[in-house]
Every structure is written in structure tokens, then in C-alpha cells.
Design a protein around this ligand. Structure first.
Ligand code: PRP
Ligand code: MN
Ligand code: MG
Length: 182
């Protein structure tokens, strides 16, 4: 156990539950893309763990690429105005693309990203996310592969950060109030 226990309020999703869910999603993705080339695109940095474990759960021989995006605008975390910090190395025109995220919160980041990637002429584009917060959605996104719908609480671990910390927890947990300074 890492020495982060006192910062956590609870474990929301265990490593075992994550592993089981990714195996389920991987089986669906294997079936859906059978006989087709597939490029999976991870959204840095949060999606690193999901990408690594999902990719290894797939039987399908995928290619992997990464994007890094950042919301900007004063104050709000996700303004919906996004800039690309690192673009794909791959030309996705005519390709089947699966965007992999750790979490869809407001949906604004992914909404912008899907419009951006869609304009590059992929053959298809779909989304896989480990977590989704239905109560926080500000924009509707068609997500083909969802791991868990979760309550509108601040969650960390398994790639998800609070001020860049807790990403390396092997599970998804909720933060104790004192961590927020409250
Ligand atoms: C987080 C998360 C998603 C996005 C979801 O990324 O990893 O990418 O926010 O929020 P939204 O649905 O409200 O747009 P963040 O911008 O914190 O960057 P990170 O992945 O580097 O932590
Ligand atoms: Mn992210
Ligand atoms: Mg973050």
C-alpha cells in the first residue's frame, strides 16, 4: 500500500473491478473491430493507465498514439476551449479510431476533441472511457464503451490526478475533505 491512505476518503473502484471491466470492454472491442485495423488514441495524461491495461487486454493487434490537450480560459477547469499540446503522430484519414479516456466529466474536452479529430476524415471514430459522471455532463457525447458511471464526486487514482498527485494509485478513490483544504 502506498503512503496515500490518509488522503483518501474511500476506495470507489478496486483494481480487480477495473481489471474485470477492462477485460469486458476489450472483448467487445475485439469483436467490434475484428478484421479491421484499429488505432487507439490515449488522451494524456489521465488515460495512460487505461490505455496500458486496455491495450494489453485486447487480442486485436492495435496501433497506439497519443494526444495531449489543455483547457484554457480563466478559472474553470474545462472551458471547452482546448489547445493541443501534443498532436497525433499519425494521419487518421480513412482510419478506424478509438479515443481512450480515463474520465468524462463535463464532456467539454472530449466534445472538442471529437470535432477536431472528426475533421481529419477518419473512417470511424468511437470513444472508450473508464469513468463517466452523468450528473456533471454539460454536453451529450455518444460513448460506445463505458466502464463505470460514477457519482459527481472528485475522484483520483489510476491516472486521475488532483493537482498532479495520486495518478499512480492502482485503484480509483475519493479524496478526503482535508486534502482540498476544506
Ligand atoms: C481530465 C480527464 C479528462 C478531462 C475530463 O483531464 O483526464 O481528460 O479532464 O473533463 P471534462 O469532461 O470536464 O472535459 P485533465 O484536463 O485534468 O488533464 P490530465 O488528463 O492531464 O489530468
Ligand atoms: Mn485528461
Ligand atoms: Mg487532470
Amino acid at each position: 500500500e502506498k503512503d496515500m491512505g490518509s488522503d483518501l476518503k474511500s476506495v470507489l473502484i478496486t483494481k480487480q473491478e477495473i481489471d474485470d471491466k477492462l477485460a469486458e470492454l476489450a472483448a467487445r472491442i475485439d469483436a467490434d473491430y475484428a478484421g479491421r485495423d484499429l488505432l487507439i488514441v490515449g488522451v494524456l495524461k489521465g488515460a495512460v493507465m487505461v490505455m496500458a491495461d486496455l491495450a494489453r487486454a485486447l487480442s486485436h493487434p492495435v496501433k497506439m498514439d497519443w494526444m495531449a490537450v489543455s483547457s484554457y480560459g480563466s478559472g474553470t477547469k474545462s472551458s471547452g476551449v482546448v489547445r493541443i499540446l501534443k498532436d497525433l503522430d499519425t494521419d487518421i484519414a480513412g482510419k478506424d479510431v478509438l479515443v481512450v479516456e480515463d474520465i468524462i466529466d463535463s464532456g467539454l474536452t472530449l466534445s472538442w476533441l471529437l470535432t477536431n479529430l472528426g475533421s481529419r476524415g477518419p473512417a470511424s471514430i468511437a470513444v472508450c472511457t473508464l469513468l463517466r459522471k452523468p450528473e456533471a455532463a454539460k454536453v451529450a457525447i455518444d460513448v460506445k464503451y463505458v466502464g463505470f458511471d460514477i457519482p459527481n464526486e472528485f475522484v483520483v487514482g489510476y491516472g486521475l490526478d488532483y493537482a498532479e498527485k495520486y495518478r499512480n494509485l492502482p485503484f480509483v478513490g475519493t479524496l478526503a475533505p482535508h486534502v482540498y483544504g476544506g
